[in-house]
Ligand binder design. Structure first.
Ligand code: NCD
Length: 314
């Protein structure tokens, strides 16, 4: 087994072998999750605290389910109702929780770098569930598992990531992961939504779906992250859908067996046509959700093993 990390803060510090180890273990957990009896006790006796400072449906639910299926004691902090509202700093909240002896801390925060900072103040494993527009490592890992199961590999694929790249931590983590796995990445979107400096990331950049999707194996769509936009980045949603929304005609340029992905939440009729999203022959959006639980189980299992080892050595 190759997995040395003590926290899962991003894809950037991970070695390709660590990624492969995690995905292999997640594959086993997919099997467990499809059984009638879905319980394991690898996290028995451990405490997992979920702190979500930003809204979440899929990510929070799947971290909670993942912890429960592995036998951990799982607590969801309601950050809306917490002392943060009374002016407590992120670090003070972290130190307070740390005094309760958690083993796994799952954190989503609107500021890039906040989860990293927090990990330096606590003595448990920290998992980044999305920090600002920086990273969302478990999303990239579940996307990778979905692609690997659909295509049989992660290397030598042409993968298009389309839409609001500039505000997307999902895009960032996916570019890092797929780059490490030697896939060819294309970013497609209006120039206003392609981050400055993207040309140095080893990717190809397009502002035309027809050209960008040509011969792609994977088409990954992104939501317009309006909550992170200050000002107008697109002329109108109607215009955006016309040029960049994935419909049957545009998908026709990709390979015949190309799969369609979306991390959710999805805005039908803005970045994707509802019929495409629901087409079970092309869309793997529901598989992504299924893989999300398995990947989070694998991540927490591996981090808990390293935590036990580190604690035994002090
Ligand atoms: C993504 C996120 O929160 O970054 N969603 C998710 O975790 N499934 C993408 C998004 O919000 O558009």
């Amino acid at each position: 087994m190759t997995f040395r990390a003590h926290h899962l803060l991003g894809i950037e510090p991970l070695h390709p072998l660590e990624i492969a180890t995690l995905l292999d273990l997640a594959d086993d957990y997919v099997g467990l999750n499809r059984q009638q009896e879905k319980h394991s006790d690898v996290l028995a006796g451990l405490t997992q605290i979920n702190m979500f400072f930003e809204n979440s449906t899929r990510t929070q639910a799947s971290f909670e389910l993942a912890g429960k299926r592995l036998g951990a004691d799982v607590m969801n902090m309601s950050m809306q109702a917490s002392s943060i509202k009374k002016g407590e700093t992120l670090i003070d909240t972290a130190l307070t929780l740390n005094a309760m002896h958690p083993d796994l801390l799952v954190v989503r925060h609107p500021h890039s770098g906040a989860v990293d900072l927090l990990s330096q103040k606590v003595n448990c494993a920290v998992l980044n569930a999305g920090d600002g527009r920086h990273e969302h490592p478990t999303q990239a890992l579940l996307d990778a598992l979905t692609i690997r199961r659909a295509k049989g590999r992660l290397h030598r694929l042409t993968i298009a990531i389309c839409g609001d790249i500039a505000h997307s931590r999902v895009a960032r983590s996916n570019i890092l992961l797929l780059g490490k796995m030697e896939s060819r990445i294309r970013l497609i979107g209006p120039p206003t939504l392609i981050p400055a400096g993207a040309a140095d990331w080893g990717v190809e950049i397009y502002d035309d779906m027809k050209e960008g999707l040509r011969d792609c194996d994977v088409v990954m769509m992104l939501r317009l992250q309006k909550e992170r936009m200050d000002g107008g980045f697109i002329p109108s949603e109607r215009e955006y859908y016309h040029r960049f929304g994935l419909d049957a005609e545009k998908l026709g340029y990709a390979r015949e067996d190309a799969i369609v992905m979306h991390p959710g939440p999805m805005n039908r009729g803005v970045e994707i046509d509802g019929t495409i999203a629901d087409d079970i022959n092309r869309s793997v959006i529901q598989e992504q959700v299924e893989m999300g639980v398995a990947v989070r189980m694998a991540a927490m299992d591996l981090l808990a093993r390293n935590l036990a080892e580190a604690r035994a050595n002090v």
